[in-house]
Design a protein around this ligand. Structure first.
Ligand SMILES: [Mn+2]
Length: 289
């Protein structure tokens, strides 16, 4: 099953954007995120194909769902897996646990397609090692910061880290969940300012409040509303030169019976694709709902 609105295989050359599933949870503690891409594709078909707030049909956006990267259960995602995709098309990767972001960013960074990384996540993910695994999903932003430079990392929505991690966070830019709540989203966005060069955007679905995103390995209280998250996405993709993005950490085994976390994740992917399209096709951007 393809993500709702995908071009058919016969028309895939018309695609401007690509969706790629990464069914991998080898670096997560609780397993199940490998089933994320399938659950998100199924959930995408439960939503209308007409984006009411943007007056766009999904089919207007011209994207192709390439399916999943073939990975054995314990095989790490490698840069070679990413290399088979054409870097001319903007991408959305569907995880998978958060550790998938590292090989993706590493490959794109080495191709000159990433200069700065913005992550929207409840957790800092800044441990040097977790349970003897330096590539754990709990270490992913530390590894990425070491790769692209601490000064090129922005974390938004964070509300959890260890004390050791916290001591290092002054080397990157962090806009915590309470800051978004107290100062307002727009004020925080103004403070972030526009970056230079290409940006990679990683969205951990656990940044949402657990009441609307139960299907995650590490739910963290006091999270963002979906409206807040969508505003962040609109601003970031509207202002930054975002070449690639991912939506990670959905674990359908832990989701509510009505699959609301999968629904919210697919709604988020609709927004990312529509924002790519608006940036490329509309001269002015609106950030209202
Ligand atoms: Mn997280």
């Amino acid at each position: 099953m393809k993500f709702s609105g995908s071009l058919s295989k016969g028309d895939k050359e018309k695609a401007t954007y690509e969706i790629i599933g990464v069914p991998f949870d080898g670096n997560a503690f609780k397993k199940g995120a490998r089933e994320g891409p399938k659950a998100i594709r199924e959930a995408s078909r439960r939503l209308e194909t007409f984006l009411w707030h943007k007056k766009l049909e999904l089919s207007d956006l011209l994207y192709y769902d390439c399916g999943d990267i073939k990975l054995e259960h314990k095989t790490l995602l490698k840069e070679e897996n990413i290399a088979e995709f054409d870097t001319a098309r903007k991408k959305v990767f569907i995880g998978g646990d958060h550790s998938i972001s590292y090989p993706i960013v590493k490959y794109l960074f080495e191709q000159g397609e990433v200069a700065r990384v913005i992550v929207i996540d409840a957790h800092a993910d800044f441990r040097d090692s977790y349970k003897n695994n330096k590539f754990s999903n709990a270490c992913v932003m530390r590894r990425i910061a070491e790769l692209v430079g601490f000064e090129n990392i922005i974390e938004i929505g964070v509300r959890s880290s260890s004390a050791d991690e916290s001591a290092l966070l002054n080397q990157i830019r962090v806009y915590g969940a309470e800051m978004l709540r107290e100062e307002g989203v727009q004020e925080v966005l103004d403070e972030i300012g526009k970056g230079e060069g290409k940006t990679y955007l990683s969205v951990d679905i656990d940044v949402l409040d657990p009441s609307i995103a139960r299907g995650v390995e590490n739910p963290e209280p006091c999270g963002l509303s979906l409206e807040c998250l969508l505003s962040l996405i609109r601003w970031i993709i509207g202002k930054e030169n975002v070449f690639g993005s991912d939506v990670v950490e959905l674990n359908p085994r832990l989701d509510s019976a009505n699959g609301i976390t999968s629904i919210n994740a697919s709604r988020l992917i609709f927004e990312i694709l529509a924002c790519y399209w608006e940036r490329d096709n509309r001269s002015s951007h609106t950030f209202s709902f």
